[in-house]
Design a binder for this molecule. Structure first.
Ligand SMILES: Cc1cc2nc3c(=O)[nH]c(=O)nc-3n(C[C@H](O)[C@H](O)[C@H](O)COP(=O)(O)O)c2cc1C
Length: 325
């Protein structure tokens, strides 16, 4: 397939694996890149810039295809040394960075001087335009259905993507709710140049997470995610579990007076418990509504090929056969 995204990043399929905390290790990023899509290591899952440098080196041993690093600028309890992480990315020869959270304006000159292409992930047209204005090469537009942080506007992709297409000149990918060839074709039809997937890539053989996580995604329906931390204006879409239900009770009790310290047990340090140890009731971990469409755990290669084949069939057979003149 050829779109502005495959051209920009030198990849075979317009499919990206977004950064995912405690999921985006070298094993997954390299498997995605080896499949002809674009894999991302999650920068901040690596506790120090040196750890990130080692993870990049590990990934390079596993693939000779392009891969990137995600740098997330979300509210964290202590500000990470972003400039040092960027240095590790640069020294590691990585030429693609996915930014997310706050816009990366402060770090754009560092990234651009290193010849790095930046794709910024955001949840509104105004933030996408801002990213374009500060020199991002591409944008990932995350609709309300996405796993992780959908922002506070609650606009689903069916409306957000055509609006983004009308407003943007840089290439963009549709993120949130994507799992198969139908999603890819729909995203392209709505004006995007490709798709970004999170949740779907967790339920793959190569994703280096506990089997319980993959099983939970396969078992989940589209009704099983919850929005948490809305009173803090840091909304996150997560898979429901006992920890999340407790979190929601605390949010209901505290109302607008909620502080992050009230819910630390349910949100801090949860990822290693879930992703490494498979403790599925530990608390809040991101998961998209698209879990309702995920029914198996294929290899990454099978998944990418299946999406491309399905998209091809939909365009050539199903849609093609509907054109009568
Ligand atoms: C478990 C998990 C962890 C995530 N962690 C991050 C992260 O650290 N940084 C980031 O920018 N996005 C993160 N995301 C968001 C994904 O990169 C992607 O934008 C999102 O999952 C797309 O929605 P989907 O899950 O419906 O495909 C995470 C998503 C999941 C499911």
């Amino acid at each position: 397939m050829k779109t502005r995204i495959t051209e920009l990043f030198g990849i075979e399929y317009p499919i990206i694996q977004g950064g995912m905390h405690y999921v985006g290790f070298a094993e997954l990023a390299s498997a995605v890149s080896n499949a002809g899509a674009l894999g991302f290591i999650t920068g901040l899952t690596q506790k120090t810039p040196d750890d990130l440098a080692r993870e990049i080196a590990r990934c390079r041993d596993m693939t000779d295809k392009p891969f990137g690093v995600n740098l997330t600028f979300l509210p964290t309890f202590s500000e990470p040394p972003y400039a040092e992480y960027i240095d590790a990315i640069k020294q590691g020869g990585v030429r693609i960075v996915e930014t997310a959270g706050r816009n990366p304006k402060q770090y754009m000159s560092l990234l651009k001087e290193a010849g790095i292409k930046v794709i910024h992930k955001c949840t509104s047209v105004r933030h996408a335009l801002k990213a374009q204005e500060i020199g991002c090469d591409a944008v990932s537009v995350d609709g309300f259905e996405c796993g992780g942080h959908p922002g506070e506007d609650d606009i689903p992709n069916s409306v957000l993507l055509p609006l983004a297409a009308e407003a943007l000149t840089v290439p963009f990918v549709a993120s949130g709710g994507m799992a198969d060839g139908r999603g890819l074709v729909a995203a392209l039809a709505l004006g995007a140049d490709g798709i970004n997937m999170g949740t779907r890539f967790i339920a793959t053989k190569e994703a280096p997470v506990h089997q319980n996580v993959k099983d939970a995604i396969v078992a989940a329906t589209e009704l099983d995610t919850r929005l948490v931390m809305r009173p803090l204006r840091n909304t996150e879409r997560v898979l429901t579990n006992a920890g999340v239900e407790r979190l929601l009770e605390i949010e209901a009790e505290k109302g607008e007076s909620l502080q992050i310290t009230d819910i630390l047990d349910q949100v801090a340090g949860v990822y290693p418990k879930v992703m490494i140890h498979g403790e599925m009731d530990a608390g809040a971990w991101s998961c998209g509504m698209v879990a309702g469409l995920i029914r198996d755990v294929p290899s990454v290669g099978e998944l990418v090929r299946r999406i491309a084949d399905e998209a091809n069939d939909i365009v050539k057979k199903r849609l093609g056969s509907m054109i009568t003149a």
